[in-house]
Design a protein around this ligand. Structure first.
Ligand code: SAM
Length: 285
């Protein structure tokens, strides 16, 4: 069966990074669904493609998704593009793909430009196993919990970040991962002033006093240590997370996830590790 929805990656900087197949698909579909129609228009003008455009982004009303799925089930052929790179990767796309699966609409994803893969391969860090973290939650407990999950990750970590938050993110990574962790900062990849910088987290703060451009951070995973996961180990890990401000319930949930040990057992250990200021602990939920 011919696909009705095509997911089409677009360049992350260099306009030549559009595949022949992506061009052919964009030229042949009935309509192009774009994150920002004005942005996509520039790409289409460059390639002399003239198609009706519909906008679809994270703030689109829910009925937009229903309209697009309606068009697809009625037999329209659509291509989804985002502003740069692969739709669905820190960009809109997943809900539309999920909707197609639910309705039996055939879709095809074209391979193509993606900042995280380009940065990872450029980094020279371990590519055999890696974790894509995308953008960290902006602030608060969610951000701290995500960083706590990253702290003991042994696989290579990949983050996206804009210039205005880069220094804060570097500071937070130093707080959780230490100053000496190896880092590759891939900046403005494929563009005129592309740069792949390699050093430690601490050195990055020195070398990027006023960051400019789009950044992908590739961070070395934690060195694998042979640890005995006994109660003493668990208590030390819990104490560390509590000291860093995680709630008892969040700390026990995280340690249970990371060790595969029952959450109830860990919660009992949390009780003996920490009594909160009110004299009672949250329910482990
Ligand atoms: N869907 C895109 C992809 O496939 O990579 C990612 C979109 S996300 C909204 C944008 C983020 O990707 C930027 O803030 C930056 O972290 C990263 N990024 C995009 N283009 C980049 C480039 N040329 N160089 C480095 N990082 C880039």
């Amino acid at each position: 069966m011919e696909p009705l929805l095509y997911i089409v990656p677009t360049p992350i900087g260099n306009l030549e990074d559009l595949t022949f197949r992506a061009l052919r698909v964009l030229q042949s579909v009935d309509r192009i669904v774009a994150e920002d129609t004005r942005h996509t228009l520039k790409l289409l003008q460059h390639y002399d493609i003239h198609k009706p455009l519909t906008s679809y982004h994270e703030h689109s009303p829910p009925q937009r998704l229903a309209e697009l799925l309606g068009l697809l089930t009625a037999g329209s052929r659509l291509a989804l593009v985002s502003d740069a790179g692969t739709p669905g990767i820190s960009d809109p796309g997943r809900a539309l793909v999920q909707g197609c699966w639910e309705r039996g609409v055939v879709l095809e994803v074209l391979p193509g430009a993606c900042a995280c893969i380009t940065a990872l391969v450029s980094s020279g860090l371990e590519t055999g196993r890696f974790v894509f973290e995308g953008f960290l939650p902006a602030r608060g407990r969610e951000r701290q919990e995500r960083l706590a999950q990253c702290q003991h990750e042994t696989r290579t970590l990949i983050f996206y970040e804009g210039p205005h938050h880069l220094r804060q993110t570097l500071q937070d990574l130093i707080h959780w991962l230490g100053t000496d962790r190896e880092l590759v900062l891939a900046r403005e990849l494929t563009k005129l002033h592309a740069q792949v910088w390699r050093g430690t987290l601490a050195q990055a703060l020195v070398d990027f006093p006023q960051p400019r451009g789009e950044f992908t951070l590739v961070v070395q995973g934690r060195a694998v240590a042979v640890e005995t996961v006994d109660d003493a180990f668990l208590q030390a890990r819990l104490a560390e997370l509590l000291a860093r401000g995680l709630s008892p319930s969040a700390a026990s949930r995280l340690v249970a996830q990371q060790t595969g040990i029952s959450r109830n057992h860990i919660y009992q250990l949390t009780l003996s590790t920490h009594h909160n200021k009110e004299g009672s602990l949250e329910d482990p939920g």
